[in-house]
Design a protein around this ligand. Sequence first.
Ligand code: PLP
Length: 430
Amino acid sequence: MTSKHPETLALHAGWRRDSATNAVAVPIYQTTSFQFESAEHAANLFGLKELGNIYSRIMNPTCDALEQRLAALEGGVAALAVASGQAASAFSVQNLAKAGDNIVASTDLYGGTWNLFANTLKDQGIEARFVDPTDPEAFARATDDKTRAYYAETLPNPKLIPFPIAEVATIGRSFGIPLIMDNTAAPLLVRPFDHGAAVVMYSTTKYIGGHGTSIGGIVIDGGNFDWEANPGRQPALNTPDPSYHGAVWSQAVKPLGPIAYILKMRVTLLRDLGAAMAPFNAFQFIQGVETLALRMREHSRNALAVANYLAGHKDVSRVIHPAHHTGVGADRTAKYLPHGQGGLCGFELAGGSEAGRKFINALKMFYHVANIGDARSLAIHPASTTHSQLTESEQAATGVTPGYVRLSVGIEHIDDILADLSQALDAAKG
Ligand code: PLP
């Protein structure tokens, strides 16, 4: 596929037809295992002399089509589909950092990622050093000899301030440290590899799927990071791996292309921890990806219209949307999101927590769910749900105030979206 246009790649990259049946749609290869051609073929596959299907925990043709398509859309070289966004986040870090190592992560992260880093990876001996992304230099200050990766979200909610990808990627590269970007909220709107990130991950559960049917995740290798430049900085890819006959991944994988990072993840972490994406889910995500460019355009258009409407409403004290920032936030939006700011929009009700609760209860079309990124419009009142275990000051630190409502604006007709919001705002007053 020679096209670089996302609309075309979304329909064509990584797949033409089924070689056995000529089927145009990617079949769901619901099989655990794949017959080897011969004893030699089997030995070559296991020895990584040849790449091919062995067992669906490690690779599967339906997942492969999704992996190739998303790698192409992102401008990367290869990808690994996994069971959830959480698995993708965990693998992206565990592939580089071992007990005694650390990563530097943005404070502005999805709560599940924060928990993974602050608790589960900590228990595994990997320290996450959280820094405020307002100042990119904070990443350099938190770096030491044991820092293996930087980690951030492109468009973290609730603040919705784009992350300074190029600034932090450049700092990382000066140390030999890759920047891993969670691009879940901004597929196609931002391509982090274009700004110097080395790895991109998604919760495909959200916009990639778009239909709210399946949990999944993916890690994409940019193929743009020199893992050998500073071998002491990246021991996981530059020292013999006892779990694979002492393979040194940066060397062993060279004949196959710049895919050392992602191939190691597949044949070690996925092999051992087993968080594989089911072929049925990969099929669902492929259907989603086909319309991703159209949906992101509509999500962005509708969310901007919602933000503008809310900004003019007398019961709304503040609107949080990338196009409504001032100062650094506005500069970052101009730099990273010039062609659309995504489907997320937050706002604060002047009436505080009680008004927030009433507003949510009055919504008729918006679904009240914890998810984001569906084609349908979704809403949640974080202070009484996702953030209710935090104190009010802890909530404030994450950007959640008592009257804050988060919207994931869908692709319904804008008149119907605004009508539902309008009647719920009226009800929240009563
Ligand atoms: N990253 C972001 C930005 C998310 O919003 C989520 C889920 O809400 C995740 C990662 C985790 O993804 P999953 O729920 O697919 O495990």
